[in-house]
Design a protein around this ligand. Structure first.
Ligand SMILES: *Cc1c(COP(=O)(O)O)cnc(C)c1O
Length: 500
């Protein structure tokens, strides 16, 4: 059966009582810069209460923390919609090259030609991959890309004298960031119920469209992992009312290299470099969420754009953009991620990216077939349609038979060294478990994910109480979610042993 992995368990004592006054990891050399005092208001009244530790203590602490965590370098990570693919180590080496890592962002344009060329090349590569006419790599995440897309939508309609358009249509299967971005940009959000297969219902869309709609935001492949079969009709309908089509490109791994969003009729989209293009997710940031647009919207993109003067072979910051929505990030966006993702794109090339997509889709469908046969599980919606990069399993029968929920299964999986799928999203599926294995997993790994879920389901039928208590082998056991949300401990107080 499946090998269980026992994680390092460390006594709390060891962590809270670390350090001793005067202990040091590193004693910096004295410098000959004259000493000055900070202005009055800037000085601390009391010294910060920080643990003072030796280098060895510090290393052990950090490594211990890393062992308490699950990561894609440790085990399978089928977190649906997040595309937790392997982050190739060669990208990390490239990102550490001094020419890139040590460049000061305030350096003169002339001195950072290489860095600007990297950004320019990513803009150009993404134009080819998506089919759009302009791309900005400034936004720091998908959600910020959405917001930028909404600001562009607003600027476009206002310039056309159609500032009265005040509504954005969003299907009920959308990621929560979609309605949030539209609302932040000042739009009224209209939620559209999906049809029985989880698709956009054309009749409902038609009924919702009018002269006040600014844009339609949609995720394709959708959050069920299925390509919207009527995407061309949908985009045409929306255009018929003078509104723009926005594509949430978080699921691009399911179509990258196979089809271009511009050909489907989209006007704006964001991509998630930390999903499709192997940027590390890195604890919430820094990320990169480029925005691509059709010709008529290029002038609204954030500034500066990185431009290239072919005659002089010179890269420059194009700030001469009077219709731009403005700057949305300091300097040029998160350069480290821009560099890593360009390296990923160049290493794969066009055919390579297509192969990435094909493997991701094959892996998802292989695993779906197996998981759908587990007792207590089903794969709801669009029964006979293949999925793209992910699928949703639903253990509603298991819940009815045993009282074990999707949340219980998710937690129990950690005992087997496999991260949970995304659960309870999308909201249109009961007990949703959104599983995305990515192209990076081998068949052995796919079989392991299946075996783990199957074993937990079998345990549920034998002894539901046991599953309610899992995980039992992780460094932290089951946490009290309610207490965590109500009374979170957000800082750590170290005990100072000086007085001992
Ligand atoms: C991840 C995701 C987003 C948000 O992207 P971030 O980069 O996390 O801000 C939006 N929509 C969908 C469908 C997603 O999966």
């Amino acid at each position: 059966m499946v090998n269980k992995r026992r994680q390092a368990q460390w006594p709390e004592e060891l962590i809270t009582n670390m350090g001793y006054s005067g202990r040091r990891a590193h004693i910096p050399q004295l410098v000959d810069v004259p000493r000055t005092n900070l202005p009055d208001g800037w000085q601390r009244k009391n010294p910060a209460n920080l643990p003072e530790v030796s280098e060895l203590e510090l290393v052990r602490h950090i490594v211990r923390l890393s062992q308490m965590n699950h990561g894609v370098d440790v085990g399978e990570y089928p977190l649906g919609s997040c595309t937790m693919k392997y982050n190739p180590k060669v990208n990390e080496r490239i990102a550490r090259f001094d020419n890139y890592a040590a460049m000061h962002p305030d350096a003169p344009e002339m001195a950072m030609q290489g860095n600007l060329e990297i950004i320019y090349r990513l803009q150009e590569a993404l134009k080819i991959i998506t089919g759009f006419d302009g791309v900005s790599v400034q936004p720091a995440a998908g959600a910020q890309g959405e917001y930028v897309g909404m600001l562009i939508t607003k600027a476009f309609h206002e310039l056309n004298g159609e500032g009265h358009r005040n509504k954005v249509l969003v299907p009920d299967s959308a990621h929560g960031t979609n309605p949030a971005s539209a609302a932040m940009a000042g739009y009224k959000v209209v939620e559209l119920p999906s049809d029985a297969n989880g698709f956009v219902d054309l009749e409902i869309l038609k009924a919702a469209l009018d002269e006040n709609v600014a844009a339609f935001m949609i995720t394709n492949p959708n959050t069920l992992g299925i390509f919207e079969p009527q995407i061309l009709e949908i985009c045409e309908l929306v255009h018929g009312f003078g509104a723009l089509n926005y594509l949430d490109g978080a699921n691009f791994n399911g179509i990258v290299g196979m089809v271009r969003p511009s050909d489907m009729g989209f006007d704006i989209m964001h991509l998630n470099m930390h999903k499709t293009f192997s940027g590390p997710h890195g604890g919430g940031g820094p990320g990169c969420g480029p925005v691509g647009v059709v010709d008529k919207l290029v002038k609204f993109l954030p500034k500066p754009m990185i431009a290239h003067d072919e005659k002089r072979d010179y890269y420059y910051l194009d700030n001469d953009r009077p219709h731009s929505i403005g700057r949305v990030h300091g300097y040029f966006g998160n350069f480290g991620i821009i560099l890593r993702t360009l390296a990923y794109i160049y290493r794969n090339g066009g055919p390579g990216l297509r192969a990435v997509c094909q493997s991701a889709v094959l892996n998802a469908n292989y695993l779906m077939e197996k998981v759908s046969q587990i007792k207590g599980f089903s794969v709801p919606f669009a029964k006979d349609m293949p999925r793209k990069h992910e699928f949703i399993a639903s253990p509603t029968k298991l819940l009815k038979d045993t009282g074990v929920t999707a949340g219980d299964i998710a937690k129990a999986m950690l005992d087997y060294g496999v991260h949970s799928p995304t659960i309870y999203f999308p909201l249109i599926v009961k007990e949703a478990m959104m599983i995305e294995p990515t192209e990076a997993e081998t068949r052995d790994s796919l079989d392991k994910i299946y075996e783990v879920i199957k074993e937990i389901a079998e345990k549920a039928y034998e002894n539901g109480d046991l599953v309610h208590q899992m995980p039992l082998l992780t460094s932290k056991g089951r946490l009290d979610e309610f207490a965590l949300a109500k009374d979170p401990v957000l800082s750590h107080k170290f005990t100072d042993k000086q007085s001992d």
